[in-house]
Design a protein around this ligand. Structure first.
Ligand SMILES: Cc1cc2nc3c(=O)[nH]c(=O)nc-3n(C[C@H](O)[C@H](O)[C@H](O)COP(=O)(O)OP(=O)(O)OC[C@H]3O[C@@H](n4cnc5c(N)ncnc54)[C@H](O)[C@@H]3O)c2cc1C
Length: 367
C-alpha cells in the first residue's frame, strides 16, 4: 500500500465532505457509489433525463475486463490499472444492492487459418508486453471445443485465463441504486466548472471538492490553440457500434475475440441468451445509427466464429462515442478543489475502480 493510499484510508473515518460530481456516466456512478459508502454527501449532475436514459458510453460498453488483450494498443499503466480493477470489482460487486454479473472465466483470442500471420504478430506483441503470469496460452482445437463447444471455424486459439467480463447495463443500474443518499440532478447539465464550483442553468453550487467526469462533455468550447495538448479537456469521441443477438441454445462462456487483419470483432455473453457483438472503432464523432458496412462486417465475422448464430435474432444495436485523449490513455488532473478524470477510451470498465481509488487517494491526502 502506498503512503498516500494509507493516509487516504485513515482519513476516511474522520472527514465527511460535501462533494459535487459533473457526469453520471460510468465514472460518475462509481465515484458516487464509492464516496457515499464512505459517508460523504454527494450531488451529481447530468443532462440525461433519468437514471436509465442511455446517453453515457458506460451503457453501451461490452464489459470486457481484458488487461492483456488490450496491451495491443494500451501501455503498462493501463494494464496495471486493469489488473487492480479486476480485483476491485470482485470486492465491489457483492456489496451492490442490485445484481451485476461478473465473470473471471478468462477470454479467448481466435484466428482463422488464412489470418494466422496477422494474428501471430499480435500474440507476439502481447507476449512481449505482458508479465509471465498473464501470457496468452496457445490451446489445441480439442481444448477449444472443451471451453467453447459452439466456436467452430477458427483454426488457432489462445486462452487468457486471467481476464473477465461484466454486465455493463446491470452495472450502471446497480451502482446508481447502491449510492445511498446521493442527490441526483437529472436533466441538469453542468455549464461551467471551477475549483469548488459547479454551475448549471439553474444555479451556482459550491462544494468542498468537485469532480469533472463528463467524458466528451469536458471538451473545451474553443480547442484550437490546445489541439496538441494532452489534457482532460482536449477530448475526442471515437465511434463504436455494437449488436445484441438473442441466441437461445448457443453456448458462449467467455468473451472471444477474432484476430482479423482488417477489423477486431468480439463476442461477449450476457444474461437471458444475449450475445453482444462489437465493436467498430471509427475516428468520428457521428452518433447516427449503425451503418450497413459495420453490420455486414461485424455480423459476418461473428457468424464465422459461431456458425450456430445463423438463426440468432438481432434484437438491438447501438452507437456511442468513447471519450479519448490524443494519446488514447486515461488521465487524472488535480487542482485544489477540482479533479478531472477522462480519456478512458475503450477501457472504462476495465480500469475505472483503480483509477477512482488513485484519484480519491490524492484528494483526501491533500484536504
Ligand atoms: C461500443 C463500445 C464498447 C465498449 N466496450 C468496452 C469494454 O468492453 N470494456 C471497457 O472497459 N470499456 C468499454 N468501452 C469504453 C467505456 O464505455 C468508456 O471508457 C467509459 O464509459 C467512459 O466512462 P466515462 O464516465 O468517462 O464516460 P461516460 O460513461 O460516457 O459518461 C459521461 C457522462 O457525462 C455526462 N455529461 C456530458 N456532458 C455533461 C454536462 N455538461 N454536465 C454533466 N454531465 C455531462 C454524460 O451524459 C454521461 O452520463 C466501450 C465503449 C463503447 C462505445
Amino acid at each position: 500500500m502506498t503512503a498516500r493510499l494509507a493516509l487516504y484510508l485513515n482519513a476516511l473515518d474522520t472527514i465527511h465532505m460535501n462533494l459535487g460530481i459533473a457526469g453520471a456516466g460510468l465514472l460518475g456512478r462509481l465515484l458516487t457509489y464509492t464516496l457515499t459508502q464512505q459517508g460523504h454527501h454527494v450531488s451529481v449532475f447530468d443532462p440525461a433525463s433519468s437514471p436509465t436514459a442511455r446517453g453515457a458510453a458506460g451503457w453501451t460498453a461490452a464489459g470486457m475486463l481484458s488487461p492483456t488483450s488490450e496491451l495491443e494498443s494500451a501501455d503498462m499503466n493501463v494494464f496495471e490499472l486493469g489488473v487492480r480493477s479486476l480485483e476491485r470489482w470482485t470486492q465491489i460487486v457483492p456489496q451492490l444492492k442490485l445484481p451485476m454479473s461478473l465473470s473471471h472465466a478468462g477470454s479467448l483470442l481466435l484466428a482463422h487459418r488464412h489470418d494466422v500471420g496477422a494474428a501471430q504478430r499480435i500474440i507476439q506483441l502481447l507476449a512481449r508486453k505482458a508479465p509471465a503470469d498473464y501470457q496468452p496460452e496457445a490451446i489445441s482445437l480439442q481444448q477449444l471445443a472443451h471451453y467453447e463447444p459452439d466456436v467452430q471455424g477458427p483454426s488457432h486459439a489462445w486462452l487468457l485465463p486471467r481476464e473477465g467480463h461484466l454486465n455493463t447495463v446491470q452495472g450502471m443500474q446497480a451502482l446508481y441504486a447502491s449510492a445511498t443518499g446521493a442527490d441526483w440532478h437529472w436533466d441538469e447539465p453542468v455549464t461551467e466548472i471551477a475549483a469548488h464550483t459547479l454551475v448549471t442553468r439553474q444555479r451556482r453550487y459550491t462544494f468542498d471538492w468537485v469532480f469533472d467526469v463528463r467524458g466528451l462533455g469536458q471538451k473545451r468550447a474553443t480547442g484550437g490553440e490546445h489541439a496538441n495538448e494532452v489534457s482532460c479537456q482536449n477530448v475526442r469521441g471515437v465511434r463504436g457500434e455494437i449488436f445484441w443477438l438473442h441466441a437461445p441454445g448457443v453456448t458462449l462462456n467467455r468473451p472471444v475475440r477474432l484476430l482479423h487483419p482488417r477489423h477486431r470483432v468480439y463476442l461477449v455473453p450476457r444474461v437471458d441468451d444475449i450475445i453482444v457483438v462489437g465493436a467498430t472503432e471509427i475516428e468520428s464523432e457521428d452518433r447516427s445509427p449503425v451503418s450497413l458496412r459495420s453490420t455486414v462486417e461485424l455480423l459476418a465475422a461473428a457468424h464465422s466464429v459461431i456458425p450456430a448464430l445463423a438463426e440468432a435474432r438481432v434484437v438491438h444495436n447501438e452507437t456511442n462515442l468513447r471519450p479519448a485523449l490524443i494519446d488514447n490513455l486515461p488521465r487524472i488532473e488535480h487542482e485544489e478543489g477540482l479533479t478531472r478524470i477522462n480519456g478512458l477510451f475503450r477501457h472504462g470498465w476495465m480500469i475505472s475502480p483503480a483509477l477512482v481509488d488513485d484519484a480519491l487517494a490524492h484528494v483526501f491526502s491533500s484536504t
